[in-house]
Each structure stands twice: as structure tokens, then as C-alpha cells.
Design a protein around this ligand. Structure first.
Ligand SMILES: [Fe+2]
Ligand SMILES: [Fe+2]
Length: 190
């Protein structure tokens, strides 16, 4: 599994050079590993899906990115492009690693819905969605976002504190988010 993940990171790297997606993906991968360790679920689905989930941003002009995600006025059409294109790119990249067709299809389905999907169908999908969001609750993700959205850190902390009630599909995801917000408060807001 380690070899497969390394290969996928190598394949994904050129598609993650926009914004801070490389860093975001590596951090989200760590969260996914921790969630999977404690909650179970198939590593063969979860790990490739989280590594490839944001490759589709490479197909969206960079000047549009800030309209497509964040706490305010999200343009859902632009956001949707990164999911749909991402699933296409992932389909291609997944041919390079030894996985079954069923796994490949499920990974692409998760990528296609990772942001917009409101009703994740499987534990694997829930873990990928939570791991993706958790980056925003880490001190590093928090400072990147507060700056790029131009929001005062105190205010942004409260926005995230409210969002944590809606965003997580596993209790453990929410627990990690609470811990993240505590760290942010200790390290950055005191
Ligand atoms: Fe995404
Ligand atoms: Fe993401």
C-alpha cells in the first residue's frame, strides 16, 4: 500500500502545483490515515481517493479558484468542475497502479462528489470528505485560508467553529476538528 501511495503522489504532483494543493493533499492524507486506522474502511479506496481528490483544480483557471470555495459566496458551478475533471484525470492516473476495476470506479465516484455530495454512501466516502475538510482546522490550513479569504482570524475561527457542526460525517472527524481549533487558538489567537 505504501508503494502504491507513493506512486500515486508522484503521478498527482504535476496536477497539485496550483495554490497550496500539494501541502493540502499531504496533510489530508495524514488525516485520512488516522481516521482509517481508528474507523476501518478500505485503504485501497480511501488512500487513492484522498491523494487524487483535488487533481481537478489543475483544470480550473487559477483566477477562478477563490470564487469556488470558502466560507462565502461559493460559485458551485466552478467548484463542480474540479470534481468532474478530477474524476476524469484520476481515472487516467489510476491505470498506472495495480487496482481492480471496482476499486477504480469507486475511487472516481468519491472524487466526483467529494465536495458537493451531501449524502456519502460509504464509510470510505465519509472518511475522504472528513479528511479533506480537516486541513482547514489545522493551524497551517487555518492561516492559509484566513489570509486568502481576507477574513480576520478571530472571525474566521468562529465561522469554522460553526461549520464543524455541519461538515463532518464521522464523530471522530468532528473530534479532530475540535482539537484543531484548540490548537489554532493556543498557537495563533492568544
Ligand atoms: Fe476539492
Ligand atoms: Fe481538498
Amino acid at each position: 500500500m505504501e508503494k502504491l501511495c507513493k506512486k500515486l503522489f508522484d503521478l498527482a504532483r504535476p496536477y497539485l502545483s496550483v495554490r497550496s494543493n500539494q501541502e493540502h493533499t499531504e496533510a489530508s492524507f495524514s488525516f485520512a490515515k488516522e481516521l482509517q486506522k481508528q474507523l476501518g474502511g478500505s485503504q485501497e479506496i480511501i488512500f487513492p481517493a484522498i491523494i487524487l481528490h483535488d487533481v481537478g483544480w489543475s483544470a480550473v483557471p487559477e483566477e477562478l479558484h477563490l470564487q469556488a470555495f470558502g466560507p462565502k459566496n461559493v460559485d458551485l458551478k466552478i467548484n463542480r468542475i474540479h470534481e468532474v475533471k478530477g474524476a476524469k484525470i484520476a481515472e487516467k492516473l489510476l491505470q498506472e497502479v495495480p487496482l481492480g476495476n471496482q476499486e477504480r470506479e469507486e475511487i472516481c465516484r468519491i472524487i466526483k462528489n467529494h465536495d458537493s455530495g451531501k449524502n456519502p454512501l460509504t464509510l470510505e466516502e465519509k472518511i475522504v470528505k472528513d479528511a479533506d475538510k480537516l486541513f482547514r482546522f489545522s493551524p497551517r490550513g487555518f492561516s492559509i485560508d484566513a489570509e486568502r479569504f481576507g477574513i480576520n482570524p478571530q472571525e474566521y475561527w468562529h465561522i469554522l467553529n460553526d461549520f464543524k457542526e455541519l461538515w463532518f460525517f464521522n464523530e471522530l472527524g468532528k473530534t479532530f476538528a475540535v482539537r484543531g481549533l484548540e490548537k489554532v487558538q493556543d498557537q495563533m489567537l492568544k
